[in-house]
Design a protein around this ligand. Sequence first.
Ligand code: GLY
Length: 399
Amino acid sequence: MWKSRKGGIMKKWLIMSVWLLLCLASCQQGEKRAISDEQLAEVFTLAKYQYVMLDQQLTDSTMPRTVQADGSLRTSDLNWWCSGFFPGALWYIYEFGHSQNISYMAMKQTQKLLPLLDMNTDHDIGFQLNCSFGNAYKLTGNDLCREVLVEGARKLAARMNPTTGVIRSWDFLRKGWKYPVIIDNMMNLELLMVGAQLSGDVELGLVARTHADTTMKNHFRPDYTSYHLVNYDPETGEVLSRETVQGYADESAWSRGQAWALYGYSMMYRETGDERYLAQARGVADMLLKRLPEDGIPAWDLDDPSADALRDVSAAAIMASAFIELSEHTGEAAYMHMAERQLLTMMTPEYLAKPGENGGFLLKHGVGNLPEKSEVDVPLSYADYYFLEALVRYWKHEV
Ligand code: GLY
C-alpha cells in the first residue's frame, strides 16, 4: 500500500515538475517576445477593417496608391509599379486571421492583375506579380497562380542584357542614361527564383544570380551604402555613371534604396544559399545598425543633414521585414532587436492610423519621391505591405 502511495506521490510530483517546466519555458518565451500575439492581433483587426474599406473604393482597373491632400483615396492603374501590394497585403491579412471573406477579396484583387502579362511592363513586374500571385500561390497552391508566376518570370528574364549582366530597370531615359539599373531591381529577382522553382527552368535562376552579382560589384560603396542608379553602356557593359535620383544627393544613402538592398540580398541568400549574398546582406545590415535612429525609423535619406528631415516609414517597414529574415539566417539577435524596435514604433499612434482614418491605409509618414515632390509624408501601399509582411514573419518566428 505504501509502495502504491509512494508511486502516486512520485507521479503527481513528476506531473507538477513537467507543468512547472512548461510554464517556465513559456514565460521565458513570453519575455523574449517584445510584441505579443495580442498586439499583433490588434494590428490585423485594424488592417482588416481598413482594407475592406479600401476594397470598396476600387474598380476593376484601379488599386490604392496613397491619400490626396483633401484626405480622399488616390488610386493607380494596374500598370503602376505598386499594383501588387494591395492584393499582397490582403493575403497577409488572410494568413494571420484566416477569414474566408478576406481570401475571396484577396483572390479577386489578385486576378485583376492578369492583364499585366499582356502589357508592356518593366522590371517592376516582379513586385507586381510576386507580391500578389506569389503570396496567393503560397497560401492556396492555385494552378493559375503558378502559371502566371512562371510566365511573368520569363517576361522579366527577357530584360537581361548579357553584355551588362543586369536587367534593365527603367525604359525612359534622362540625363545621358543609356541603360539605367536601380537598386530596387534586387527585389524583382524573387519572381525569377520563384519562377525557376515552379518551372524547373534553371535559366531564370541564373539570370537572377547574374543580376545580383553585377549589382554587388557596381552599386555599392566601400561602406556598404548603395547608389540608387547605375547607368551602363549596353554595348560594352561599362559603368557610365552612378547616381541617387530619388535621394538627397548622388553620393547620399537614400533610405529606401538601402532597404531594398538589405531585403534583396537576404532574399537571394534564402533562395540560393550563396554565402556571398549573406555577407552582402550582413554588410548592409551592420551599416544600418550604426546609422538608424533610436526608434528605428530612418529619415528619408540617411545623409539629409537637416535636424527635422522627414522620416520614411516605408523604408522602416521594408527593413524590419528584412531584418527578421536576416536574423533567422544568421542567428544575430541585434537584427531582430532592430526589427522589434521598428515595428513597435510603427505601432504607436504617431505612425499607425486609427480605424476609419488615413484614407484606409495603415501607416502614416511615407516618402515616395521627395526630389520630385511626389508622395511626400503620406501613406503608401508598399509601406503597409512590408509592415504586414514583417508582422507575419515575426508571428511565425520561432523563439
Ligand atoms: N521602386 C520605386 C521606389 O522605391 O520608389
